[in-house]
Each structure stands twice: as structure tokens, then as C-alpha cells.
Design a protein around this ligand. Structure first.
Ligand code: GDP
Ligand code: IMO
Ligand code: MG
Length: 424
């Protein structure tokens, strides 16, 4: 099998977890390469539901190797809780889950800064998951972060934690009037996590390169989505990592020559959690209807997701910046009982028409979407097992999306279960 990157082509929650679980049967390794426990990837198998935050979604296949790459930021407590929950659900990660020694560690001060900064910004806030993701990546780039390998070295860990607390406590007190953190408390808690995590930590870049040499196949699992990418997303309303396919190399320590294909996961409409521009966002009535039908509530925070029409301008941008070769369409069933369906093909702003995505907050928030309309299908598609059996208007909708994206749709999903998927 070729090595593939699976990326979200919108604002996250496209159904990456389901797609990765499905593809994983044919692969040997699965690697998360960026983000942290801000992600929530859902896999449904029959009556059982699993929500993965840090552990790669391929973990449910019991013989596969799972890697959390150097590009991920890890809250050790959240990771240990996730591993324990998986164990209670009958999935053992020990012995086949490996964490990069170069991955950065999230500390309580990261979460507090994330929270307080949002409160201070008021209506200018980003609407983060408050998991400490942004502040942890900020420390990584500022060269003051603490990596897994540093946590394992007691002398270095003590030194770095002390330096960090000196700085963070000053910031917390001066800027936010927050009392600050106690060294001993954090040290003791993290020394405890360290003892339980030690056996998972490895040189995962070396491991993956050896696997590639032995012709093992790998899925690189993107978290978030292209429009949340720190470079190509709707900045500043983005996350703090490179969710796009390029991030797979940086975040796992393999070269671009090892990647054969990029698969984009695309929801049949659009959703977004948190603040920021959303050109095709629904008005109240449709918003409620689609949110209810698509169960559009965050898998990590439970927040209601904002919903809107399919936006071909955004997804075309994602096809370009990721080099997407194949598309998987998810949640087609959520559109089942609509009379007419709209597809955004351009934005109009100050008399000018933009067919290509322009990363300008004014165009994205004040521009008028230009829509094409296609007829709906008013028919249940959740039991359909093949493309041929889809209502003709559903096929027409998919065909139009494929034309607009100039990229092949290879899989269609019509429900959350593994079985509710078919090839096109
Ligand atoms: P991810 O973050 O991209 O992995 O996506 P999430 O798991 O956060 O959100 C996708 C949600 O849609 C989950 O609740 C999935 O179980 C569900 N889902 C995935 N594919 C389909 C589908 O084709 N139809 C429906 N109705 N739900 C789906
Ligand atoms: P998955 O992998 C949807 C959003 C947050 C916020 C912004 C920044 O499940 O698709 P952060 O906590 O990362 O600093 O928040 O990014 N966000 C997501 N939205 N799906 C996700 O992950 C997300 N991870 C972060 O809502 O707008
Ligand atoms: Mg999600």
C-alpha cells in the first residue's frame, strides 16, 4: 500500500476518525503528526462509540502500530486517561503505541494562559478548546518548551520547569492577576506521569523511517482541518499547528519522498466550531435543522458547531495547499430531506468576484457568497450500500462537487458506522 496523508479539507470534524479507521485495515502504521487533545475523532463500530483525542484513530485495529509524532503537543494526564478509557473499552495500546521523544509537553500554565487570554480578549477571542495548545506551541517556537525527552531527564526537567515557572508566574500575575503555580505541585504530578509514560517514549522518526525501508505502509492522520492551519487557515481564527499535509513530514520526521498520496476528507456541507469568518453559514432555521440531523456538537468540548452550505471556494483552496489527490465525502445523509441544496462557487466583495480563496478577513466575513442551486433528494440514504443505488439527485450533487474540485471522489459516507460507506 502507498503511504498516505489523510487531512481535513474544511474547519475540522469532517469525519477523519471514521475514514482513518476504515482505511486502516490495509495499513501497518498510523501516525498523528500535529495538534493535541483539542482534536476529537469519532469512530463508531456497531453499538460502540470511541472518541480519540491524542491516540491515532487506527488504534481500534488491534494489531496495528500507533505513533504520536514530534509535531503533537501532549497533555500527559489527558493521554493517560485516554489510554485507560480505551483499555476499559477493550483496546490495549501498551506495546504498540509510541510517543516521540521530541513531542512537546502541555503543562497546567499553558491551559491557564489559554483560558485567561481568551477571557481578556472578550469579543475578539478565538474560541479555543482551552486545552493549552496555542501556549504550548508558542513555547516550542520560543525555544522554552519542555519535550518528552526533557521530562525523562530529571535534572533538565527540574531546570526547565523552574525557568518556565519564573517566567509564566510573572506573566500570570502581572497581566492577569492570577496567583501563579507552585513548582513542587507540578513537579510531583509530572514525575508521576513520567513514570507511567516512560515506556511509550521512543525515537519515532527512526522507527518510521525503518518501517518505510521495510516497505510497511503508513497513514499520517491529520487533526483539525485546512482552514484551521496556522499558515493556510482563516488566521488568526486558527489552531497553532500545520494541519495541512506538509505538516506530516515536519511532525513525524519522515521526508516528503515517503508520501505517495493525500486524501482529503470533505463534509457534504460545512461546519466550524469557535469564532471566525464563515461565508456560507446558515441562518437560524436551517442551522438548527442541520445541527440536529448531523449531531453537530463538538467531540471535545460539546459546543454546538456552526453549520453552512458546501463551500467549493474553501475546499478548492484545501485541494491546492494539501495537494489532495482523492476526496472522501462524508455526511451526505445529513442533507437527505432538503428540497434544494446550495453550493458556494465564489464570493462577491466590493463589486469584485473572487473564485479563488483569498485569506482576507474582510472578504471572508463581509463578502457575499455566490451560489449554484441543485435539487435535493428527500430520500433516506443511510441504508444504501453502493454508489449505484443513490438517488439520482444525490449523484448529481456529488458529480457537481467533483467537477468543481477537479478531484476524484473515491468514497462516500452516509452514516457514522464503518459499514455506512461505499466506493464511488
Ligand atoms: P473528525 O474530527 O474529523 O474525526 O470528526 P468528528 O468525529 O469530530 O465529527 C464527525 C461526526 O460525524 C462524528 O460524530 C461521526 O461519528 C459522524 N459521522 C462521520 N461520518 C458520518 C456520516 O457519513 N454521516 C453521519 N450522519 N455522521 C457521520
Ligand atoms: P478535529 O481534529 C474543529 C478549533 C477551535 C478554535 C480553534 C483554535 O476534531 O477536527 P485551539 O484549542 O486549537 O487553540 O483552538 O480551532 N479547533 C477545532 N475545531 N475540530 C477540531 O479538531 C479542532 N481543534 C481545534 O474550536 O476555533
Ligand atoms: Mg473532531
Amino acid at each position: 500500500m502507498p503511504n498516505i496523508v489523510v487531512v481535513g479539507a474544511q474547519w475540522g470534524d469532517e469525519g477523519k476518525g471514521k475514514v482513518i479507521d476504515l482505511l486502516m485495515r490495509d495499513y501497518d502504521y498510523v501516525v498523528r503528526y500535529q495538534g493535541g487533545n483539542n482534536a476529537g475523532h469519532t469512530v463508531v463500530i456497531g453499538e460502540e462509540k470511541f472518541i480519540l483525542h491524542l491516540v491515532p484513530s487506527g488504534v481500534l485495529h488491534k494489531d496495528k502500530i500507533c505513533v504520536i509524532g514530534n509535531g503533537v503537543v501532549i497533555d500527559p494526564r489527558a493521554l493517560l486517561e485516554e489510554i485507560a478509557l480505551l483499555k476499559r473499552q477493550g483496546i490495549k495500546a501498551e506495546g504498540r503505541l509510541f510517543i516521540s521523544e521530541e513531542a512537546h509537553v502541555i503543562f497546567p500554565y499553558h491551559k491557564t494562559i489559554d483560558d485567561l487570554k481568551e477571557v481578556k480578549q472578550g469579543c475578539g477571542k478565538i474560541g479555543t478548546t482551552k486545552k493549552g495548545i496555542g501556549p504550548c506551541y508558542a513555547d516550542k517556537v520560543a525555544r522554552s518548551g519542555i519535550r518528552m525527552i526533557d521530562l525523562l531527564n530529571d535534572r533538565i526537567f527540574r531546570e526547565r520547569l523552574k525557568q518556565n515557572l519564573d517566567e509564566k508566574n510573572t506573566i500570570l500575575k502581572t497581566l492577569y492577576g492570577f496567583k501563579g503555580f507552585d513548582f513542587d505541585e507540578i513537579y510531583t504530578a509530572y514525575a508521576g506521569y513520567r513514570a507511567r509514560i516512560r515506556n511509550y517514549v521512543a525515537d519515532t522518526s527512526l522507527m518510521l523511517n525503518e518501517a518505510i525501508r521495510k516497505k510497511k505502509s503508513i497513514i499520517f492522520e491529520g487533526a483539525q482541518g485546512t482552514l484551521l492551519d496556522v499558515d493556510f487557515g482563516t488566521y488568526p481564527f486558527v489552531t497553532s499547528s500545520n494541519a495541512t499535509a506538509g505538516g506530516a513530514c515536519i511532525g513525524s520526521g519522515i521526508g516528503p519522498t515517503a508520501i505517495d498520496k493525500v486524501v482529503g476528507v470533505v463534509k457534504a456541507y460545512t461546519t466550524r466550531v469557535g469564532e471566525g469568518p464563515f461565508p456560507t453559514e446558515f441562518s437560524d432555521t436551517l442551522m438548527e435543522k442541520i445541527r440536529k440531523k448531523g449531531k453537530e456538537f463538538g467531540a471535545t468540548t460539546g459546543r454546538p458547531r456552526r453549520c453552512g452550505w458546501f463551500d467549493a471556494v474553501l475546499v478548492n483552496h484545501a485541494v491546492r495547499v494539501n495537494g489532495i489527490n482523492e476526496v472522501v465525502i462524508t455526511k451526505l445523509d445529513v442533507l437527505n430531506d432538503l428540497d434544494r441544496i446550495k453550493i458556494c462557487v465564489a464570493y462577491k466583495y466590493k463589486g469584485k468576484t473572487y473564485k479563488n480563496f483569498k485569506n482576507d478577513v474582510d472578504i471572508l466575513s463581509l463578502g457575499e457568497p455566490v451560489y449554484e442551486e441543485v435539487p435535493g433528494w428527500i430520500e433516506d440514504t443511510t441504508r444504501i450500500m453502493s454508489y449505484a443505488k443513490l438517488p439520482s439527485n444525490a449523484k448529481r450533487y456529488l458529480k457537481r462537487i467533483q467537477e468543481l474540485l477537479k478531484t476524484r471522489i473515491v468514497l462516500v459516507s452516509v452514516g457514522s458506522d464503518r459499514k455506512q460507506t461505499f466506493a464511488r
